[in-house]
Design a protein around this ligand. Structure first.
Ligand code: HEC
Length: 119
């Protein structure tokens, strides 16, 4: 039974690793998103607002005009899926109109996702 803790560790939701990011550092990384995204739920810009995006269904911001592929996608924005989307948006939602894939450093994405997930 000595293996049980290890097993439980493996079963833990992978999101926990990402949630370990540094929220403050993430805020600085978010500056790269801010040209197109607001964190104010009343304000969508070129992109939809990102307040509460972690755990939200894709294409769900009321009043924002998404691309058809994003609107139709079945994606829910878990930390893992956001992470993959930021590396290569087209791989996660083929045909998305988000023209950005500029975060090659895993730590930047981890910190950013911690910031996005903060209440
Ligand atoms: C140059 C503008 C631009 C930049 C920079 C940008 N995005 Fe986007 N983003 C968009 C657009 C436009 C969409 C809508 C895509 C669609 O409808 O296909 C989008 C959609 C998204 C979505 C899906 C939201 C939803 O409601 O389904 C997420 C998540 C997202 N962006 C995260 C980010 C993050 C995090 C960054 C910063 C690292 C970022 N984006 C940088 C333009 C941008």
């Amino acid at each position: 039974m000595i293996r049980l803790p290890l097993l439980l560790l493996c079963l833990a939701p992978p999101g926990q690793a990402l949630a370990a990011g540094d929220e403050q550092a993430g805020k600085a990384v978010y500056a790269q998103c801010a040209a197109c995204h607001s964190m104010d739920p009343e304000q969508s810009a070129l992109g939809p607002h990102l307040k509460g995006v972690v755990g939200r269904k894709a294409g769900a911001v009321e009043g924002y005009v998404y691309s058809p592929p994003m609107r139709r996608s079945e994606v829910t924005w878990t930390p893992e899926i956001i992470d993959a989307f930021l590396v290569d948006p087209q791989a996660v939602v083929p045909g998305t109109k988000m023209p950005f894939s500029g975060l090659p450093t895993p730590k930047d994405r981890e910190d950013l996702i911690a910031y996005l997930a903060a209440p």
